[in-house]
Write a protein that binds this ligand. Structure first.
Ligand SMILES: [Mg+2]
Ligand SMILES: [Zn+2]
Length: 183
């Protein structure tokens, strides 16, 4: 029997690293507090993925190559601390392109579920934007809205749209502790 695995599906900018908007230069890379500690607490129970909206590529602010350079920098920093991101998925399109991969659309989550045999009901989506929570809701997973990154400034938007995450956390480590309590 092949037991299904549980996933933590992470937004990137504002969730794992600082985001002053369209972050893509390594000199602007800064890991947020609690990321290493938090992911280490979960790594024996979950596998980790990143799904990120990167409309800055579609808008011409930076290239695919710059995106990967920054992303590889992030994932190698995590690897040095024994944390593996299984795969990074990203949408390079603008909103008006109406693609099928921009969060909260389900394209990448569906890929994750089928490729990695994921128990999505017991998996979590974490992010600092209402679309991250909506992604969790749309996929049938649990979700945590983070007040880091753009989280604080979009909180009213989340409430106005009545998008209800499983939990709202002031920072990453608080989110992880909530997951540990609800295993
Ligand atoms: Mg974000
Ligand atoms: Zn897309």
């Amino acid at each position: 029997m092949c037991r299904k695995k549980k996933a933590i599906i992470l937004d990137r900018d504002g969730t794992l690293n600082e985001d002053q908007g369209y972050v893509h230069r390594i000199k602007d890379f800064q890991l947020l507090p609690g990321i290493i500690e938090g992911l280490n607490l979960l790594k024996n129970k979950f596998i980790f993925f990143i799904i990120s909206n990167q409309s800055g590529i579609g808008k011409g602010y930076y290239t695919f190559e710059e995106f990967w350079k920054f992303n590889n920098h992030l994932t190698s920093q995590l690897e040095q601390k024994d944390i593996k991101i299984m795969k990074t998925y990203f949408c390079p399109h603008r909103i008006e392109d109406n693609c099928d991969c921009r969060k909260p659309k389900l394209k990448y989550i569906k890929e994750i579920i089928s490729e990695y045999n994921i128990d999505i009901k017991n998996s979590w989506v974490l992010g600092d934007h209402p679309s991250d929570v909506q992604l969790g809701i749309n996929s049938g997973s649990r979700s945590i809205y983070l007040l880091t990154g753009h989280g604080n400034s979009h909180l009213k938007n989340l409430e106005d749209k009545r998008i209800n995450p499983t939990y709202i956390a002031k920072d990453f480590l608080t989110a992880i502790r909530f997951i540990v309590l609800n295993l």
